[in-house]
Ligand binder design. Structure first.
Ligand SMILES: NC(=O)c1ccc[n+]([C@@H]2O[C@H](COP(=O)([O-])OP(=O)(O)OC[C@H]3O[C@@H](n4cnc5c(N)ncnc54)[C@H](O)[C@@H]3O)[C@@H](O)[C@H]2O)c1
Length: 262
């Protein structure tokens, strides 16, 4: 799938890995639809990028909000005449917590739902609602390709750390869904890939203490540093451009395997 003159729908596009992806695709002639909860950041990004970028406020955990955002996106697609090239549902949250705490209290169900509704249901919901606007386009690519779904899993899908039960469940689900989506969408010429980053610099990880960050760096193989937005965006770009990549979850972690304790 080529990037120029295609629209890329990116949730969580106002910060971190989503934002790096927005900037990279925009700089290569792509149109970017930034869907995010944070309207202030989203508007700021659009103002910086200038043309070919539009912000849509959304809470991906609220079905009515996702439906409204996609409904608002459709007229923009018509106005620009640039069909969707990829959906990149990158909005995600981590809320650490063990199922049972040291006082023998089970975790509140709301904590689990908060993570699952954003990282899993929100991902499925956005893809689901974008698909009808991808399946009917006239294929102009070699192999009759119509588009790509590039999802964001995590190293937690493979070696989740203590307290990551909900996060690992959501990211493991994304990993598991990849092949099924590739199989289900093959008839439309739509591919599905996911990327599993380890520890990347972003707002999410900026909340970690210096001590945790240093301990993480000690378990890195090579390179011995946190991943950067551009490392992630480069992989998204490759997933979009390389038509043979399909049905696979790709680890992006410099061979790091997260231990149980840091
Ligand atoms: N940073 C890492 O180390 C790392 C590692 C593995 C996976 N990931 C995944 O990468 C993705 C991006 O994370 P990041 O690190 O860039 O975090 P980030 O906090 O910098 O960005 C996340 C973005 O998602 C938006 N968002 C949060 N909840 C939302 C909601 N309900 N509806 C719409 N938007 C919402 C936020 O406003 C923010 O702009 C997430 O799915 C995360 O789980 C990150």
């Amino acid at each position: 799938m080529h990037i120029k003159d295609r629209t890329f729908v990116i949730s969580g596009g106002a910060s971190g890995l989503g934002l790096a992806t927005v900037k990279d695709l925009h700089s290569r002639g792509g149109y970017v639809a930034i869907l995010d909860l944070n309207a202030e950041n989203g508007q700021k990004v659009v103002a910086e990028l200038g043309t070919h970028a539009k912000f849509f406020e959304v809470d991906v955990s609220e079905p009515s909000s996702v439906a409204a955002a996609v409904s608002a996106l459709v007229p923009w697609l018509k106005e620009t005449g640039k069909p969707i090239g990829a959906v990149i549902p990158a909005a995600g949250v981590g809320m650490p917590g063990k199922l049972i705490d040291r006082h023998n209290e089970p975790i509140p169900l709301e904590s689990l739902e908060f993570v699952l509704n954003i990282n899993l249901r929100g991902v499925l919901d956005l893809i689901r609602l974008c698909l009808p606007h991808m399946t009917k386009t006239t294929p102009t690519e070699p192999d009759g390709e119509r588009g790509v779904i590039v999802m964001v899993s995590s190293s937690a899908a493979y070696d989740g750390q203590p307290g990551q039960v909900a996060y690992a469940a959501s990211k493991g689900a994304v990993r598991s869904m990849t092949l099924v989506l590739a199989r289900d969408l093959a008839q439309y010429g739509i591919r599905a890939v996911s990327i599993a980053p380890s520890y990347f610099e972003s707002n999410m990880t900026a909340q970690m203490s210096e001590k945790v960050r240093k301990s993480l760096e000690k378990v890195f193989e090579f390179p011995r540093r946190a991943g950067r937005g551009e490392d992630f965006a480069g992989m998204v770009r490759h997933c979009i451009e390389n038509s043979m990549l399909n049905g696979e979850c790709i680890r992006l972690d410099g061979a790091t395997r997260m231990p149980s304790r840091l």
